[in-house]
Write a protein that binds this ligand. Sequence first.
Ligand SMILES: *Cc1c(COP(=O)(O)O)cnc(C)c1O
Length: 355
Amino acid sequence: MYINKLIKPNVYSLSAYEAKEIPCKIKLDANESPYGLSDKALSDLRSLKSQRLFTTLNKYPDPQANNLKKKASKYFGVRLEKILHGNGSDELIYYLITTFGGPVLYPVPTFSMYVIITQALGEEKIEIKLDERFDLNLEKILEAIKKEKPKLIFLSSPNNPTGNCFSTDKILRIIEITSEKSIVLVDEAYQPFASEKGFLPMLDDYKNLVILRTLSKVGLAGLRVGFLIADENIINQVNKVRLPFNINSLSQAIAAIALNDKRALKARIKYIVSERERLYEDMSKIRGIMPYPSEANFILFRVKDSDKAYNELLKRGILVRNMKGVVNGCLRVTVGTPEENRIFIDALKGIINKM
Ligand SMILES: *Cc1c(COP(=O)(O)O)cnc(C)c1O
């Protein structure tokens, strides 16, 4: 097909992100929260004031998303000028690479969008394997920084799909050694579920530190709202490549209402963390599988025949993520409701017993 010859080689060699919907009864494959908007948020939404929202859909959304950013500013405890809003944090990753270019360095295995977007934008990638404990291989990373001078360094901590936080000391070493040379992105999609504080308190100490937060893993994946938090100079530059109306008015308004109910968000996060601990304990007791400790809302686990285990779970209506090609021999399960987790554990026990 002549069309193929017209396509940029870096795009032609990509494969589309697997967006297939696999029918299932219990969906534990995408690290979504089992809980959506709080009752308070829902009733705020139903209130008279928000009805205006639906009668003004003929107008473009607020390009600056000021009300949403105000709420985010309060929620995260950072000045509004340090926040850039994205249609999910995926979009903000896109904008970062568009703004700074490559090479882009990241450890592997990690979040798949880093490689997809780097390649889509035709930039160079530097992939450094994690060590056997899934922590950063500092020596190799420092070596690559010196030799290949990456513009951007992406660190997902807690890391997807391994679930662990990288060592804070190692991250700080990387930020310090690259000051005035590279931008270091700490992707905190799962930070709310972690025992450590994360990097927001260090924002003022490091001009090259950029933090990514999202509402997707805490109950609002359908809205597509993420935030880039960084020094004002960085925000102003990245804002130049942002599409003017990137978050639609419904998402802006609903996310603002959800962020306003900080108590409900925090309570749900705490509940999911306690469920994760229970799930981990139950999984640890199953002979024949090996779960990895997690600081996120999912658990990576090793199982003898991962393809078979995946398929057997799906036969019982339970969808998890097969990590084949990313962490071979492993599956990743999202923490669900207590009932979903119990059904998952029972199914897993039965399958392993027969294997
Ligand atoms: C899920 C995930 C995101 C995606 O965020 P969106 O805001 O939904 O685009 C970003 N980073 C990591 C590490 C993730 O796992």
